[in-house]
Design a protein. Structure first.
Length: 117
């Protein structure tokens, strides 16, 4: 299973970006999907998570109300819409897949998001 993340870049504070993560294979609809991020010198943190059908989502407190996770099972793709970006959102963002809502066994390569003040 391969995960390909894209959409990162440089944006000014207050701006928006949309990250995408496309997954290979036919089992995407059985995966809980998540976005993690890791800033320089910090531990990796879970940003957002969405269950297999999209019926349940979770957000870290730091992004609640600004970020939205969604998925399109027909396209094997999960998205992270990021609005009102802050410099502290600067990090490498990685997508991950958890088959049947168990461990995150599959990881994408990460995409860098840089928010300038």
């Amino acid at each position: 299973v391969q995960l390909q993340a894209s959409g990162g870049g440089l944006v000014q504070a207050g701006g928006s970006l949309r990250l995408s993560c496309t997954t290979s294979g036919r089992a995407f609809r059985t995966y809980t999907m998540a976005w993690f991020r890791q800033a320089p010198g910090k531990v990796r943190e879970l940003v957002a998570r969405i269950t297999d059908t999209g019926g349940n989502t979770y957000y870290a407190n730091s992004v609640k109300g600004r970020f939205t996770i969604s998925r399109d099972n027909a396209k094997n793709t999960v998205y992270l819409q990021m609005n009102s970006l802050k410099p502290e959102d600067t990090a490498v963002y990685s997508c991950a897949a958890a088959p049947f809502n168990r461990a995150y066994n599959y990881w994408g390569q990460g995409t860098l998001v840089t928010v300038s003040s």
